[in-house]
Design a protein around this ligand. Structure first.
Ligand code: ATP
Length: 312
């Protein structure tokens, strides 16, 4: 287990005395994690991030970064944090490099060589002298990440970094996040409602809904905690279904796809007895819901379905 780099303890925030934006949120991020913070619109993600960064004050609760309290030791807590919250603002008539130079001057203690380094990391070296006005949204986001990297952060906090990007832009930012985690060894905290993206890049997630944390943990463990649910396919599904129904220790969950839970029997023994009863089996595998299915299950939303009789 890595050291805890971010600890959020029982945070509460109410706006205008009635909007309960965040209600008792607690979680930990360990060094090396790519931690996904998920939730539908209005769930409380940005409010939580703003409290983590000390941009707004919680009604109660604590945030510790690297064991420093953001309330009592703000400077020390934020020293090794980079953040991209809401769209980054740049001077459009200046180049990327000049924008970063201005920012570095404000911040102090940042060398010119670091500016070139961060431009290289985010893949903007070749375009560094071009005016930001001519940048795509994806390039601007990468420049925003470059800015957040200037102070050599150990923890990078990104609030919906792929919002509004086209699929190419999304992929660029996703690849960049992977590189930052693997090559630069930066711990990443990323909020998003693009679930497939979180599933591809994060090792841990926390899901928040209506201000409350619903679940948090390792993606791999959340999605199939017991490895007891299986799916099976074959040329004659109704025969397979009939055989499964007659078996002890098997509980059918759904018919299409044919999905079931096994209790005490081993999956390999179940498969042997199915085949020896004459079943033709094409595939048999543990069921792993997508993060999207999991998200809709725990937030109580409904996943849209394509009309069954429409050709797709
Ligand atoms: N400054 C504010 N004043 C009043 N209400 C606010 C303020 N900031 C946020 N809220 C409300 O708090 C709730 C949580 O908002 P928040 O922006 O944290 O959600 P979010 O999960 O980031 O949503 P989104 O994905 O849409 O950005 C919402 O009901 C929002 O309208």
């Amino acid at each position: 287990m890595g050291d805890v780099i971010l600890r959020v303890e029982n945070l509460y925030k109410t706006f205008q005395k009635k909007i309960k934006a965040v209600q008792g949120v607690t979680f930990e991020v360990e060094e090396g994690d790519v931690f996904g913070f998920l939730g539908p619109n209005g769930a409380g993600k940005t409010t939580t991030i703003r409290m983590i960064l000390g941009l707004i004050r919680p009604d109660s609760g604590e945030v510790y970064i690297d064991n420093y309290s953001i309330r009592k030791e703000r400077f020390a807590a934020l020293k090794k944090v980079g953040a991209l919250v809401e769209g980054p603002a740049f001077y459009g008539y200046l180049s990327a490099r000049d924008n970063l130079k201005i920012f570095a001057e404000y911040s102090g203690d940042i060398s010119i060589s670091r500016i070139d380094e961060v431009l290289e990391i985010v893949g903007l070296t070749k375009r560094a002298k071009d005016k930001v006005n001519g940048y795509s949204l994806g390039m601007r986001q990468r420049l925003g990440i470059a800015q957040a990297l200037l102070n050599n952060p150990r923890l990078l906090i990104l609030d919906e970094p792929t919002n509004g990007l086209d699929p190419y832009g999304v992929q660029e930012v996703r690849n960049l996040i992977k590189r930052l985690s693997c090559d630069e060894k930066i711990t990443i905290f990323i909020s998003s409602h693009i679930l497939s993206e979180i599933e591809q890049i994060c090792n841990k997630v926390a899901i928040i809904n209506q201000g409350k944390l619903i679940v948090s943990g390792k993606v791999s463990e959340l999605l199939n905690p017991e490895q007891r649910i299986y799916e099976i396919t074959g040329p004659d599904l109704s025969n397979l279904k009939g055989l499964l129904k007659r078996m002890k220790n098997v509980v059918l969950i759904s018919e299409e796809p044919l999905r079931f839970k096994i209790n005490t029997v081993k999956p390999e023994d179940l498969l042997t007895s199915l085949v020896s009863s004459g079943a033709k089996v094409r595939a048999f595998y543990p069921y792993k819901p997508s993060l999207e299915e999991f998200f809709f299950n725990v937030t109580g939303g409904e996943k849209g379905e394509v009309c069954k009789d429409r050709a797709v």
